[in-house]
Write a protein that binds this ligand. Structure first.
Ligand code: 13P
Ligand code: ZN
Length: 271
């Protein structure tokens, strides 16, 4: 059996959490990531018959029966993952009834998966239903996106239009726009269900006055979506209140969509 410390999926999570901490997206224990793993890739490093302990998830996700995830721990700091992955991360497998997580590795100090597991697992189910290649759900608290949710009207069409008009690449990266939830109590099944509902239509979901969710087939896609939204939100916050001398028009957005052959939200344009 190979050493799990050499597993590419572990290195990827260590690098990603360190990067996100360095960018200021994940203060203290802020943020969480889950990545679905193939049984074969885990079996190279772990005995899949060795369940360390079981942890109830608090909800039922039979659609994910037998699925394995590497996930960040609740209360754990992204900045600490790199030096002590076995305490700050865990590898879990969902039981056939979908109600329990079997711990296969990690959470060494007796810890458990992120409090946002409902939003993660329900979003995995939602994304897999529209995109079977999806593997990642990622949540964080980037500054400018968060600030934007304080001062901008929180309507999906309005926020998407603003983000698209902040920089040319926005519509290319998220042509479907962004989903939005009002402020809700986090860590609950209710916010998990609401996030997953949005994830059927959007790969980005903003949680008003809290943060952002992104997803993707790999870490680059999920992170790339989040950093592009964050960059556009930064442009918005940096220029809000200043005279808008030069703007990207709705016609410009339509022309971009044509050039890049985007399947985009035409109803979000005023044409
Ligand atoms: P966890 O420490 O439980 O992952 O929670 C962090 C967070 O961002 C809650 O939304
Ligand atoms: Zn959060």
């Amino acid at each position: 059996m190979k050493n799990i410390n050499d597993a590419p999926f572990l290195k990827e999570l260590k690098d990603t959490t360190a990067n996100m901490y360095r960018l200021g997206y994940d203060e203290r224990n802020g943020g969480n990531i889950s990545r679905m793993l193939d049984e074969d890739e885990v079996a190279e490093y772990l005995d899949l018959n060795n369940v360390i302990r079981t942890i109830p998830t608090g909800f039922s996700a039979p659609e994910l029966a037998g699925r394995i995830f590497i996930v960040t721990g609740t209360g754990k700091y992204f900045k600490n993952v790199k030096d002590d992955p076995e305490t700050n991360l865990g590898i879990i497998r969902i039981t056939p009834d979908g109600c329990t997580a079997e711990l296969l590795w990690g959470f060494k100090d007796g810890g458990r998966f992120t409090s946002e597991l409902p939003a993660h697992l329900m979003s995995h189910i939602a994304r897999l239903s529209v995109d079977p290649s999806n593997r990642i759900i990622m949540h964080c608290h980037p500054d400018y996106t968060l600030a934007m949710t304080r001062v901008h009207e929180m309507d999906e069409r309005a926020v998407t239009r603003t983000l698209w008009k902040m920089m040319t690449e926005s519509i290319v990266v998220f042509p479907e726009g962004v989903g939005i939830l009002p402020w809700m109590v986090c860590g609950t099944n209710a916010i998990g269900e609401a996030t997953a509902e949005k994830m059927k239509k959007y790969r980005i979901v903003l949680w008003t006055l809290h943060g952002i969710y992104g997803c993707g087939k790999d870490m680059d896609e999920a992170f790339g979506l989040i950093e592009t939204v964050e960059k556009a939100a930064k442009q918005y916050i940096l220029t809000a209140g200043l005279p808008q001398v030069n703007t990207i028009t709705d016609e410009n957005l339509r022309d971009l969509a044509a050039r890049f052959e985007l399947d985009y939200r035409r109803d979000f344009l005023d044409l």
